[in-house]
Design a protein around this ligand. Sequence first.
Ligand code: F6P
Length: 550
Amino acid sequence: MSMPETTRLHGLPEWAALAKHREEFGDTHLRRLFADDPGRAERYSVTCGDLYLDYSKHLVTDETLALLRALARARDVAGLRDSMFRGEKINVTERRAVLHVALRASYDAVIEVDGENVVPKVHAVLDKMARFADAVRSGAWTGATGRRIRNVVNIGIGGSDLGPAMAYEALRPYTARELTFRFVSNVDGADLHEAVRDLDPAETLFIVASKTFTTIETVTNATSARSWLLAGLGAGETAVAKHFVALSTNAAEVAKFGIDTENMFEFWDWVGGRYSYDSAIGLSLMIAIGPERFREMLAGFRLVDDHFRTAPPEANAPLLLGLLGIWYDNFFDAQSHAVLPYSHYLSKFTAYLQQLDMESNGKSVDRQGEPVEWQTGPIVWGTPGTNGQHAYYQLLHQGTKLVPADLIGFARPNAELAPEPAAQHDLLMANLFAQGQALAFGKTAEEVRAEGVPAEQVPHRTFHGNRPTTTILAPELNPSVLGQLVALYEHKVFVQGAIWDIDSFDQWGVELGKVLAKRVEPALTEGAEVPGLDSSTTALVARYRSLRGR
Ligand code: F6P
């Protein structure tokens, strides 16, 4: 059913008011906004759990923020949020509840799906995971030959890989250093090969992570891993039970693969893949950091869930981040958003956010199936500072594109760092603060000239500035803070999807490529005729086959 134009996003008076405000805003410079308001930094900052967010370096005034909040009210973002927390089926195209928030709900919470409280099930699985994680960590769980497990290989892709891999990296100082963890995702056999080539199968546990348990990459890698294991052990199928466990919603497929469903850790269709690493999908992480730390991480998620539910709009961090993104995406034509963590431990954080954000909000029809007439999700990208500074920051500072960015940093270096690396932390953070400053305020031609720079070089060495950033500062990167950061972005993505009126919880866009790959594969292997194949792909397949000597 299509909606009348006046109730669609771009027909709302709140949208028109923002468009008008954008015209009036023109190229107002942050230099002026800061000069006019000495209290700007204090007023434009918000605290959410351990996270301090400074959003003063954004191209906004009180009026901008009020208009953005009015848009959120008109789109009933709070209503949709409450529906999500109540377990209503807000994933309309798949008719599913969206309840990653139930994964970190406290024992006594009641969240119902189809009349059933799901919280006890969540905690039962967490307890089962904890027993298993403890058994692996203590050596009580042994491989088929009786040797203890020293290597854990997670096989999964997308949400069944990126979350645990990112969090393992982020929390490395908290991990059991005597265990080796590897993450295999790519159907390129090189990934599995490199992950296991130096491992002893007798000491290796494979965790096959797949919500559906039908994902071709994961099933293929798991099958190859099973062959590697059995060949290495010289053992029969019975060995699989001690070396393979599954994380899935699909017990039938897990059993079909040959994994004992006793060794399956369950989750449910109301957990989206990209929202799942705090479910059973986090088993490898729990083995790495231990159940207690894992629960601290869940508590961090919960803290931000509570904040998102209860903080007033002016002080609601995910709402603010979402609205700032809308401002640039829809009214400044910004195409992308950079996430730049000043922490080497967060080296996989942006890759994780790419799936969270782009698979959620990369949509071009609204919830009613009508084409959207407004821009939706941004291209999310970035790598840890300071590396990016010596690569692409040139474009951020002096390029023609507006790229809003998040700068994420921590006050304390990780306690495990020895004195010298720890001392480098001030330098790291000085870089973060300097980048935010340079991006916002730049350097005027007068300032450049005053330094005695030759006239012909002045334009090249001038920085216009006015490039917006949010600085997110936390005391340290620990399990709780990681949970807080992830929940912050989850809810930011939610806010934007609600405003754009899109289903942020389906991912039909990944289907076509999967179907076509299955159709094309026999052409590569057997030279089979693929009906209706275009001339470009036909020629590429022919060349490929000839290069392979087929
Ligand atoms: O890329 C599509 C997708 O369905 C993701 O949403 C998901 O995280 C990934 O594939 C893996 O799916 P599964 O966990 O079912 O193997």
